[in-house]
Design a protein around this ligand. Structure first.
Ligand SMILES: Nc1ncnc2c1ncn2[C@@H]1O[C@H](COP(=O)(O)OP(=O)(O)OP(=O)(O)O)[C@@H](O)[C@H]1O
Ligand SMILES: [Mg+2]
Length: 339
């Protein structure tokens, strides 16, 4: 692995980048701010995130990837280019780049991602699938003839896959993940308390109050929103039980998706998964009590990878070592290897 090699996890919520032996060098929200008058990118990541909802008419601050797909191709390209330039600067050696793209994006969008990376001065660009990168990042030797199951719960998608011999055997992707869980909390608070809360408030409540194992009415937090009755700002106290009731259905739909992948998996590999356990990655792996709930519902031990939010990016960086041996993860390699 050369020192300049760049790994990118292009997530719906966060973009995480690695460089050479340094490992993870950047974790920032996948947001771009663009000036429509000058047709130039103003900024990306943390600085652009702060501008969301606070821009004058001629500036847009948006998340160009939503629900695990590219909703604005041009802005996605601008964002990728800017992030690559941000970390690689004006180096003379052109980097090689491996990008992990959302599993539901189309062939045409894949090409747009690769073109953006090439235009930022990379020498070669490879694409890798999220479950493959997630398992490599979790330290699993995926080239063996042994089955491993990974469940990545991101902001926009849940990816479930069984991998053996470096290839995906069975898989499923759902457009239900962190964002939909936040939406479920907003909907619940609206209907129970007649208070409208924002997405950031819902996300904070989720991080603080999710207890899928044993929700307690005494564990509470204060949230602020707008009363739908008076139209005025109000604050209210919500508990772990509220959050549990709000998100239960969404969580069980994710568990059902995992069950359906297990049902399609050949029996030898099921035996391996029983022995190895299920690896949980992505920000959703941090939902309080989720590993225990999954272990109970699926009858298989569930293990959260170390630092689950950067796990996919780490795997993307580590994949440079196995460029030759990866199969499915690099199926676009020949197509995009050279410009
Ligand atoms: N402590 C936490 N508890 C619960 N959820 C969390 C926690 N920390 C982060 N999250 C959620 O994880 C999600 C982001 O995870 P991640 O960075 O893995 O997504 P992503 O890779 O950008 O998305 P995708 O893989 O779907 O494209 C967000 O929905 C965020 O609210
Ligand atoms: Mg992700």
């Amino acid at each position: 692995m050369a020192n300049m090699d760049i790994g990118i996890d292009l997530g719906t919520a966060n973009i995480v980048m690695t460089m050479g032996r340094k490992g993870v060098i950047l974790t920032e929200p996948s947001v771009v701010a663009f000036n429509k008058k000058t047709k130039r990118v103003l900024t990306v990541g943390n600085d652009a995130y702060k501008m969301i909802g606070r821009t004058p008419e001629y500036i847009v601050a948006i998340r160009p990837l939503a629900d695990g797909i590219i909703s604005d191709e041009e802005m996605t390209q601008c964002m990728i280019r800017e992030f690559i330039l941000k970390v690689s600067g004006r180096q003379l050696v052109k980097p090689r780049i491996i990008i992990c793209v959302p599993s539901l994006i189309t062939e045409v969008e894949n090409r747009a991602v690769v073109e953006a990376a090439l235009s930022a001065g990379s020498r070669k660009v490879y694409l890798i699938k999220e479950p493959i990168a997630a398992l490599i990042g979790a330290g699993i030797k995926i080239s063996k003839a042994r089955g491993n199951m990974v469940v990545d719960i991101g902001g926009g998608t849940v990816d479930v896959a069984v991998i053996s011999l470096s290839g995906i055997v069975t898989s499923n992707s759902l457009k239900v993940a962190g964002n939909k869980i936040d939406q479920a909390i907003i909907k619940y608070i609206t209907s129970k308390y007649k208070v409208l809360i924002g997405e950031k408030t819902a996300e904070l409540a989720k991080k603080e109050l999710t207890n899928l194992e044993n929700p307690h009415p005494q564990n509470t937090t204060i949230i602020k929103g707008r009363s739908l009755i008076s139209g005025m700002p109000v604050q209210l106290e919500i508990s772990e039980v509220d959050v549990y009731n709000a998100i239960e259905e969404t969580i069980f739909s994710i568990i059902d998706a995992i069950k359906s992948v297990l049902e399609e998996t050949p029996p030898e590999l099921i035996g391996d998964i029983y022995d190895n356990g299920i690896i949980l990655t992505g920000g959703g792996a941090l939902l309080g009590g989720l590993p225990k709930l999954m272990s109970r519902e699926l009858g298989v031990r569930t293990i959260v990878a170390d630092d689950p939010i950067t796990c996919v990016a780490k795997g993307t960086g580590m994949a440079f070592r196995s460029l030759d041996s990866l199969l499915d993860g690099f199926e676009y390699v020949s197509q995009y290897k050279y410009r």
